[in-house]
Design a protein around this ligand. Structure first.
Ligand SMILES: [Zn+2]
Length: 299
């Protein structure tokens, strides 16, 4: 079974907290049978551009280090193959595009194939969910997503606010949410409303479910059964064939009790097989992401 994950913060952890024990390692990926791990270049916890530039250069170094020790890069989810893990780059927070549109081209040149417009700060493109729900994309933001579409970089709406999301759909962009859950099951504003899920799936978009307990449940511990509940709700919103995993490993302080790192993913896929059947589970584990890129990003 091909397993793909659309989000982890491992590069940021290596660059900023090298002393921390990591969830995503060659060992845990191998044990979990992961074929494609997306590595986010995450803006980091300071909104100041000099700080963000420093964090980005640290993450680039971390990536070079991974490649030097044998990590293989994928430029598309279709390069995912069983028995080996390849790594695809993404950006989480386009704040550095304050330096100009050419920053996007530079990222593309590095192999970035997915970009979240914002993290938790407003930037030159858009406004995140954490600030307000009503401020739409900026003019530059609209130009930036058109450039992403032309290059073949998936536009990621995780962390974006509601109006920004609707602006993208109105423009005919087919986005993904790389690490987001359902607001109907957990009220956090990071999660997508039923209306958003329906329209996103109708447009041909994709959602990778986040494993963070605070996005899975309003209170208490979570387990893989809660992840399956969110996936099931997404399917009820039209998401069959359009959903998968966006773990957020190395970016979340708490994890589901039975899913502490990628090595435990086979436990999740077993639950999906028993609840939704083998075919559907295979889709969720990886094939649906490959299909989304073929349908909406690489066309
Ligand atoms: Zn995130």
């Amino acid at each position: 079974m091909i397993i793909c994950d659309t989000h982890c913060d491992t590069l940021h952890t290596i660059a900023v907290h090298p002393e921390r024990k990591r969830d995503v390692t060659p060992e845990t990926l191998r044990k979990g049978g992961v074929s494609l791990q997306t590595l986010a270049m995450f803006v980091g916890s300071s909104p100041k551009l000099p700080d963000i530039r420093r964090v980005f250069s640290g993450m680039k170094e971390a990536w070079e280090g991974m490649k030097a020790s044998g990590a293989r890069q994928a430029l598309s989810p279709r390069e995912a193959a069983e028995g080996e893990c390849r790594f695809m780059l993404s950006v989480e927070g386009c704040d550095l595009m304050a330096d100009g549109m050419e920053v996007l081209d530079e990222w593309y040149g590095m192999g970035v194939r997915m970009a979240a417009l914002t993290w938790n700060y407003p930037n030159v493109l858009a406004t995140p969910h954490s600030v307000d729900a009503v401020t739409g994309l900026t003019t530059f933001g609209r130009d930036a997503v058109k450039r992403m579409r032309a290059l073949g970089v998936a536009c990621d709406v995780s962390h974006l606010n509601e109006q920004g999301f609707w602006d993208l759909l109105d423009m005919g962009i087919v986005p993904l949410a790389s690490h987001s859950c359902c607001r109907a099951l957990c009220s956090h504003t990071r999660n997508l409303t039923d209306e958003q899920l329906k329209k996103l799936f109708e447009a041909g978009g994709y959602v990778g479910v986040n494993f963070y307990p605070a996005f899975l449940k309003d209170r208490g511990e979570a387990t893989t059964a809660d992840i399956a509940d969110h996936l099931e709700h997404m399917m009820e919103m039209g998401g069959e064939g359009k959903i998968g995993f966006g773990s957020d490993f190395d970016g979340i302080s708490r994890k589901p009790l039975d899913l502490k790192d990628p090595s435990e993913l086979p436990g999740l896929t077993d639950i999906l097989i028993s609840r939704f059947g083998e075919n559907c589970a295979r889709g969720i584990a990886g094939q649906n992401l490959i299909d989304y890129y073929a349908r909406a990003v690489e066309k």
